[in-house]
Design a protein around this ligand. Structure first.
Ligand code: NDP
Length: 434
């Protein structure tokens, strides 16, 4: 905290992990040697650079971009790129730190990293987004490689942006190696990658409910966000017989009292993915209520899936959810619940899954994309889905192993943090002090 007093998101992520690890470290002192913890909270490398680009009117803009290469202990740095005006070093350091543990949990050989820029893609033309991506790659390309650092998408970075960046990478390096995942199918992408984070989150929920002897069928589900993760979490939840009541964006919540049916979900996807519109545009539709500037958490439901952004669910929201009888909260987004909100869930005995466990299906499928590219093969949809399913089950089993309480219930926060830590720490100890 003394070294990074202004990095509140990063300190929040470190605090959560440290809290879980403390009792474990007291019982396992080998993990307090060789400055293991001090090294783990310091990224191996941070690159900050200027991105200068011209808009459609010829006007110059200057953005700031970063790549945080947090840990390569178990494999190449791996983690998405985020484009959003709120992006700063604290947010990217928290995301890279979390990513390191999450990637370890997937059981695949991937280290942790994250990057991004304060560039806002909203309202920009395709040409402007392309020029920005190309300008960014003019610097970033020298720091990437299939065995060095493999970025992907995140907030504001979807298939379009990954395509522009991966194309420029190939041009600059004269090499078609896999240095981005989340690519289009036409040039090395994996089937199921778009669905993977949202589907994986719901597979994790299934595992949690199964372990607690409850079921998904008929459950009412609140989803925040309406981007990649939210959309596919909604589709899978609905496939399993649950009723999705909400989506949201930064303008407010779209509430369907009787649930979003398939047609309504397709309409939200078309609005967001094709027209890049706002949910408020559906405010006059009789099937929905639009709750301007509100988050979904006050609506009574059985399951809550925060899938938008960090700190979008605070202590008051958590108390309201618990008061309304929520059974399970699983994070599709990274760190959407504040530390105080997490405490409320843990004390209430809510089945609560932190993002590093429940949303790991996305990066796991990115790992499968890397394997397919290395093999120069493309696996079928059902094969990738099956592998994703198996990985989510393994992550759940690992969380149970390290997080089971005396009464048989599971603290998934401790489970995920300890399971991820052990894998990274063992690799660091084996490779010596550097
Ligand atoms: P998208 O850009 O596709 O969607 C983001 C959604 O969240 C949009 O609905 C957006 O609304 C909303 N949102 C973003 N920032 C804010 C904000 N500051 N306040 C309110 N709403 C906001 O991103 P993804 O779906 O890919 O990512 C969502 C979350 O999931 C992030 O936390 C990401 O790190 C995490 N994640 C994503 C993975 C992936 O595979 N994509 C993998 C693992 C985690 P609006 O359009 O109004 O900004």
């Amino acid at each position: 905290a003394k070294r990074d007093p202004n990095q509140s998101e990063f300190l929040q992520a470190v605090k959560e992990v440290a809290h879980s690890l403390w009792p474990f470290l007291q019982q396992n002192p080998k993990y307090t040697q060789y400055g293991l913890l001090e090294r783990l909270v310091e990224p191996e490398r941070v690159i900050q650079f200027r991105v200068a680009w011209a808009d459609d009117k010829g006007q110059t803009h200057v953005n700031r971009a970063w790549r945080v290469q947090h840990s390569s202990a178990i494999g190449p740095f791996k983690g998405g790129m985020r484009f959003h005006p709120s992006v700063n070093l604290s947010i990217l350091k928290f995301l890279a730190f979390e990513q390191t543990f999450k990637n370890a949990l997937t059981t695949l050989p991937m280290g942790g990293g994250k990057g991004g820029s304060d560039f806002d893609p909203k309202g920009k033309s395709d040409g402007e987004v392309m020029r920005f991506c190309q300008a960014l790659m003019l610097e970033l390309y020298r720091h990437l490689g299939p065995d060095t650092d493999v970025p992907a998408g995140d907030i504001g970075v979807g298939a379009r942006e990954v395509g522009f960046m991966a194309g420029m990478m190939k041009k600059l390096s004269n090499d078609a190696a896999c240095v981005f995942t989340g690519k289009g199918l036409a040039y090395g992408g994996s089937l199921m990658r778009p669905e993977a984070t949202g589907f994986g989150t719901v597979y994790f929920v299934e595992q949690m409910l199964h372990h607690a002897k409850r079921q998904t069928h008929g459950a009412k589900v609140l989803i925040s966000g309406s981007g990649n993760v939210a959309q596919y979490a909604a589709i899978k939840a609905s496939d399993l017989g649950a009723k999705v009541l909400t989506f949201s964006d930064s303008g407010g919540t779209l509430y369907a009292r009787d649930g979003f049916d398939e047609t309504a979900m397709q309409e939200v996807m078309a609005l967001k993915n094709e027209r890049r519109g706002r949910l408020s545009e559906l405010a006059d539709d009789a099937r929905f209520e639009f709750l301007a500037d509100r988050r979904p958490w006050h609506i009574p439901a059985d399951i809550a899936l925060p899938c938008a952004t960090q700190n979008e669910l605070d202590e008051t929201d958590a108390r309201t959810l618990v008061h309304n009888g929520v059974l399970c909260v699983a994070e599709g987004a990274n760190m959407p619940s504040t530390l105080e909100a997490v405490d409320v869930f843990l004390q209430a005995g809510t089945l609560y899954a932190p993002g590093k466990a429940s949303n790991a299906g996305g990066v796991a499928t990115s790992g499968l994309e890397m394997s397919q590219n290395a093999l120069r093969l493309s696996w079928r949809h059902a094969d990738v889905d099956e592998r994703l399913h198996v990985i989510m089950k393994e992550i759940h089993a690992n969380c149970v192993q390290h997080g089971v309480r005396a009464d048989g219930s599971v603290n998934y926060v401790d489970g995920a943090n300890i399971a991820g830590f052990v894998k990274v720490a063992d690799a660091m100890l084996a490779q010596g002090l550097y």
